[in-house]
Design a protein around this ligand. Structure first.
Ligand SMILES: [Zn+2]
Length: 124
């Protein structure tokens, strides 16, 4: 299951609601709604970090002026959620007892004889 996207700032635990994109050839940092896919030169930001972003010297910041909202769950998320619910509803499988069985009944060391039978070499 995918975890929700988090702010890319070090140590920031908040959920990302905006994506910062550096447009290098225009020296512009664009803070917009959360992008559907992470791309090179993009950074997910939480709302406080998105609002407080300042551009490097010589750069311009273009900021999305509306509300930042968490993205609606995608179909993938809904499917994952449904599977998680189904998983939780299922009775817990019994733990494998192989190790225990082997300890209780240790396999005898292999011998050349099996009871009253002997291995007879093939004749030509
Ligand atoms: Zn943050």
């Amino acid at each position: 299951m995918r975890s929700p996207r988090r702010c890319s700032r070090n140590g920031c635990p908040r959920q990302a609601v905006a994506t910062l994109t550096y447009v290098y050839n225009e020296s512009t940092a664009v803070v917009g709604p959360l992008a559907a896919f992470a791309e090179p030169h993009t950074y997910d930001l939480c709302e406080p970090h998105a609002r407080s972003l300042t551009a490097p010297r010589g750069w311009e910041v273009v900021r999305h002026e509306g509300e930042f909202e968490p993205p609606p769950p995608t179909t993938d998320d809904l499917v994952a959620l449904a599977e998680a619910v189904r998983e939780a509803a299922r009775p817990a499988p019994r733990p494998p007892s192989d190790a225990q069985t082997q300890n209780a009944h240790p396999t005898p060391p292999p011998t050349s004889r099996r009871g009253h039978l002997r291995v007879i070499p093939p004749t030509h």
